[in-house]
Design a protein around this ligand. Structure first.
Ligand SMILES: [Zn+2]
Length: 138
């Protein structure tokens, strides 16, 4: 897998490998690990070690790296959204409203999606419980 990102990789090898990775979640995960480790050591470069980061791949690997980067950003967004929600749900409704108004980062789509997902999960969980488990309504 590391060889795919080497400057000596053959174009037919690159094309076949990238086409497979786009359709194989397991290999996409492995490619993401390789890209992360190459980035860490500064070795993710189409023309060899130590080249500047603006020296981008000019083949299918560019699309693969873009996909991996997008996946990572999405994962980080969901992680941050979950952290915000964990903090928000400890507050009173009034405090929650104040915090949401005051913090632009909470007003992101991912945070609302996390809250809605949590509400749906609790609703579905509630549906499986006997009625006596739920507190009496208003
Ligand atoms: Zn595979």
């Amino acid at each position: 897998m590391r060889g795919l990102f080497s400057f000596t990789a053959e174009s037919s090898e690159i094309r076949d490998a990238v086409a497979h990775i786009f359709t194989c979640p397991r290999c996409l995960d492995r490619a993401a690990d390789v890209v992360a480790s190459l980035k860490e050591t500064g070795d993710l470069s189409p023309t060899g070690r130590g080249r500047p980061p603006e020296d981008r791949y000019q083949d299918d690997r560019a699309a693969l790296i873009a996909l991996i980067d997008m996946r990572e950003q999405q994962r980080m967004g969901l992680f941050r959204a979950k952290a915000w929600w964990d903090e928000l749900k400890e507050l009173s409704p009034k405090e929650q409203a104040g915090r949401v108004r005051a913090t632009a980062a909470i007003q992101k789509k991912e945070v609302f999606e996390t809250i809605i997902r949590e509400a749906i999960r609790l609703f579905l969980l509630c549906q499986t419980m006997p009625p006596s488990c739920c507190p009496p309504g208003p």
